[in-house]
Design a binder for this molecule. Structure first.
Ligand code: AVI
Length: 335
């Protein structure tokens, strides 16, 4: 069913355009950003709890271990933490707790496109940490950062020292060109004394990677297939979910996990809101996500190219995941 209130019309329109273009292309594709409706976000939380999906667990362990070192490196008495895409702020708490224990003045600026997500996490965090000042920004990341830059010029008593965090290996869902452009934009809008903390998933044994995206309980499969349910619900689609299969594998040459939905048979699917029918050959796939994995060299090359330098690299004992603390190379900002 289509509900044409203002909000849904805009969202569905963007979704419809992406689906129409993506299913007409060869190979077919749909952007991973459409995974995250209410059900998709819940399923993603479920993925993070699966034993095979090591990313979140290891990142949390690294954060726990490195929080005090980060505090020492930042050498400040007060801090503003800006988080790009906060989700439910679960891992942010690992940093906020020691920050609040060490410093009197801590402000937190979560930036997220989902107003609901923002409201919920602000409500929960305010209850848990009454001393934390929270300023939620409902926006995409770079626009949100620009808004915060403006806001901080006029608002008094907000700590000037800033830590910008981008966790969960979300940068891995950008292709190398997009990651490069994103880091360039970040580098443009951060200040010379800002610090950046970014989580990168590292290259590792293919079997570990493939297990992480093919969990035994099948939550990743449900997460992937949910995008077809969304098309059915929001765009009046006619997908038969049981005639598509979740496929995920490591593409060694491209250094990425690829997720696809493979058609089990030759079939036609009509999408009412687009007014078109799409043909799927047996074995043909819709490419739904890439998740890039980095070597230390490629990671350092990427950040250097964006005018950033590594202050610290926190990893786990098996070098599975990297949390890097960065700052702007001052001369790079002039170019
Ligand atoms: C959100 N993002 C970093 C996840 C990843 O690992 O690429 C999304 C995901 N897709 C399947 N499992 C998890």
């Amino acid at each position: 069913m289509l509900i044409y209130n203002n909000e849904n019309f805009i969202i569905n329109n963007e979704f419809a355009k992406n689906v129409e273009k993506g299913l007409a292309d060869k190979p077919k594709h749909i952007s991973p950003k459409f995974f995250y409706d209410k059900i998709g976000s819940k399923l993603f939380e479920g993925i993070c709890d699966q034993p095979e999906y090591y990313l979140n667990r290891i990142e949390a362990q690294i954060l726990n271990k490195s929080a005090s070192q980060i505090i020492n490196i930042l050498e400040e008495k007060a801090i503003s933490v800006i988080e790009l895409g906060n989700g439910n702020s679960q891992k942010t708490r690992i940093l906020l707790r020691p920050f609040l224990a060490n410093w009197k003045n801590v402000s937190y600026f979560p930036i997220d496109v989902s107003l609901k997500m923002l409201k919920n996490s602000i409500r929960d965090l305010s209850r848990e940490y009454p001393n934390l000042r929270i300023f939620g920004v409902c926006s995409d990341y770079i626009k949100g950062l620009i808004k915060i830059n403006e806001f901080m010029k006029f608002k008094r008593n907000i700590p000037n020292k800033r830590l910008i965090i981008f966790l969960g290996s979300s940068i891995g869902n950008f292709d190398p060109k997009e990651a490069n452009a994103f880091l360039h934009s970040l580098s443009k809008y951060i200040r010379n004394d800002d610090a950046l903390l970014i989580g990168f998933d590292l290259e590792k044994d293919k079997s570990i990677l493939e297990k992480a995206y093919n969990d035994k309980k099948g939550i990743t499969s449900q997460f992937n297939l949910n995008v077809l349910s969304r098309i059915n619900k929001e765009l009046d689609g006619g997908f038969e979910l049981s005639s598509f299969e979740h496929k995920s594998f490591y593409n060694l040459r491209e250094h990425r996990i690829e997720m696809h939905l493979e058609s089990k048979l030759d079939q036609k699917v009509r999408i009412g809101a687009i007014g078109k029918e799409f043909h799927f050959k047996e074995g043909e796939t819709i490419h739904t996500e890439n998740s890039y994995k980095y070597s230390k060299n490629r990671l350092y090359g990427l950040v250097k190219n964006a005018g950033l330098q590594v202050m610290a690299n926190f990893t786990d004992p098996k070098n599975q995941y990297s949390l890097i603390l960065l700052k702007k190379i001052p001369y790079a900002s002039k170019s």
